[in-house]
Design a protein around this ligand. Structure first.
Ligand code: ZN
Length: 114
């Protein structure tokens, strides 16, 4: 077990940083967003290529979505432990493979810093 440390993202001119609304830890940059038009379970979500300062749940679960059965692992902020969204571990639907290894963050739990 290594020590937990926080990653500080370098903000580039005109680009946004997405952080945890609760504790302001940096989570992702504009560049890491794959899609802003993504529907989660009831609320608006963003799909990210990569997210930092999160813990991945060791427990995985299957969720049946309109696009097929997906195996997901919930992700939470390393600092304040707020559950922020999930990671797609396996996506079984046709045309869904691209989601594997990507992250979903709930828009309402994000603080956009610009
Ligand atoms: Zn946090």
């Amino acid at each position: 077990m290594g020590l937990k440390y926080r990653v500080y993202l370098q903000q580039e001119r005109g680009k946004k940083i997405y952080g945890c609304l609760n504790c302001q830890s940096h989570l992702a940059l504009d560049d890491m967003i794959v899609s802003k038009e993504f529907n989660g379970f009831g609320g608006p979500t963003y799909l990210f290529q990569k997210v930092v300062n999160i813990d991945e749940a060791c427990k995985q679960e299957e969720r049946i979505m309109t696009t097929g059965t997906h195996t997901i692992a919930t992700i939470s902020c390393t600092r304040c432990l707020t559950c922020l969204g999930w990671k797609y571990v396996k996506a079984n639907g046709i045309g869904q493979k691209h989601k594997e290894g990507k992250y979903i963050l709930e828009k309402t739990l994000l603080k956009i810093m610009q």
